[in-house]
Design a protein around this ligand. Structure first.
Ligand SMILES: [Zn+2]
Length: 451
């Protein structure tokens, strides 16, 4: 699969590295997980989780022999030798390290890798995509990601909100979702179908809202807010097909004033704006306009990174999604190799400058459940394992303005807890073997229960 295919649907890139899963397989996966839903002692009463080691991601310290008391969906107490409340259940996880459930700050549960080949808005019903999205969300959860910031539904009309709400209501077990609904782009820009006969194209559902001019931008944000999204996603620069292959300049899609207008309108509804931006003027203008985060950003220059550091703008690099695909034509492969090299170099500069880096994968452009590949990539590019874990817990929580109850194992925090054999603060590969997952107080995976 080539990331520069003519349709250019979906987020930026398709890695092609994952095995496409969808349709029947996704449904089977969903049934398996639902069928394996375990008794939920934590919601029935209180649970004490005992483990050999507890990793405090904030301090980086590992404490031995700690107990975690969970009541309902909250952590009530953390300490040694906690007294069991009379109605509590105890779970001894043994020789494992417990740590907070991870946050993936850039996913697309409504997207599967196969959607690059057959544009989903033309080939799948929204109902089918919603069901597949439930299974995708569960695969991400099964990989240890108890919270997802889902950055647009790729044209599956509000299916992301439906999945979020179904999890909230307990219809099925899944990760906590913060969703962007429809992304906002421009006519001819990213997510606009291309290569079709124009009169046909104009009648089709697109993969995002195409808005041109201030009035349409404000109307799109009000429409999204009314539908109940958690944040707004805009395409501040175009797609990879809009990147100049000579200079690597990314095409700006909105002016600084337009983005300021959208940020202000979103703020009226208490919504933050996430901006897809590869680099160049579009990225700089997005940061200056006050977006909460820059997504991808492989070509971010020093001026933009400095402004991000001083304004506290988050960066979600999603580097794995831009790896060359196995079937790339030689030109595409060379292009992607340059992107990878720039991404790595930008990542290192951003770390030095103190830019807040939130872990995010773009899962959906590669297989859901493979999110941890990005954890390893960040380590490979020079971030320490504990800082990668902070990026996927504390920084993700701060990005979501939920640092008071997400991303830590501490009293008052939501009970999102995972356990792994080994020491993930020393070797990030330990996260390949997750033995226990509690999401919002519900045990969704425990030792001996393999999927
Ligand atoms: Zn994306």
């Amino acid at each position: 699969m080539s990331r520069t295919c003519t349709t250019e649907i979906g987020c930026p890139a398709r890695s092609g590295a994952g095995v496409a899963r969808g349709g029947l397989q996704a449904t089977v996966g969903l049934v398996l997980v639902m069928g394996m839903m375990l008794p939920n002692p934590a919601q029935a009463a209180a649970t004490i989780i005992r483990a050999a080691r507890l990793l405090d991601v904030a301090s980086g310290q590992v404490a031995e022999g700690m107990d975690i008391l969970v009541e309902g969906n909250r952590i009530r107490e953390v300490g040694r030798g906690l007294v069991m409340p009379p109605d509590a259940v105890s779970i001894d996880l043994g020789d494992v390290t417990v740590l907070p459930g991870l946050i993936d700050a850039h996913t697309h549960v409504c997207l599967e890798p196969e959607d690059e080949i057959r544009v989903p808005v033309l080939h799948k019903t929204d109902a089918a995509r919603a069901i597949a999205a439930m299974a995708a969300a569960q695969r991400d959860l099964w990989a240890g990601f108890t919270t997802l910031r889902d950055l647009d539904n790729e044209g599956a009309d509000m299916a992301d909100l439906a999945v979020r709400d179904a999890v909230r209501r307990g219809v099925f077990t899944g990760p906590r979702l913060f969703v962007a609904g429809w992304a906002i782009s421009i006519t001819g820009g990213h997510m606009n179908l291309t290569g079709l006969q124009p009169s046909v194209d104009r009648r089709l559902t697109q993969l995002a809202l195409m808005v041109d001019g201030p009035q349409a931008m404000v109307a799109a944000i009000r429409d999204q807010a009314k539908a109940g999204v958690d944040l707004i996603k805009i395409y501040a620069t175009g797609a990879l097909r809009n990147v100049d292959r000579g200079t690597l300049d990314a095409m700006p899609q909105f002016s600084r004033d337009e983005m300021r207008l959208m940020v202000e309108e979103a703020a009226r509804w208490r919504l933050d704006v996430a901006a897809h931006a590869y680099g160049g003027r579009g990225a700089l203008d997005a940061v200056a306009a006050g977006v909460r985060s820059i997504e991808h950003g492989m070509f971010l220059d020093d001026a933009t990174l400095d402004l991000m550091a001083s304004k506290g703008t988050f960066w979600c690099p999603t580097m794995t999604a831009y790896l060359p695909g196995p079937d790339d034509a030689p030109d595409d492969r060379a292009f992607h190799e340059r992107i990878v090299q720039r991404h790595r170099e930008t990542f290192r500069r951003a770390m030095k400058k103190g830019v807040k880096i939130a872990f995010g994968t773009d899962a959906g452009s590669f297989a859901h459940g493979d999110n941890r590949r990005e954890l390893q990539r960040m380590v490979d590019y020079g971030m320490s394992p504990i800082d990668v874990l902070r990026s996927a817990t504390l920084t993700g929580a701060a990005l979501l303005r939920r640092e008071h109850d997400l991303g830590r194992i501490a009293p008052g925090y939501l009970a999102d807890i995972i356990a792994v054999a080994g020491r993930p603060d020393r070797d990030i590969a330990a996260l390949r073997a997750i033995t226990f997952i509690m999401a919002d107080g519900t045990i969704v995976r425990q030792p001996g229960a393999d999927r």
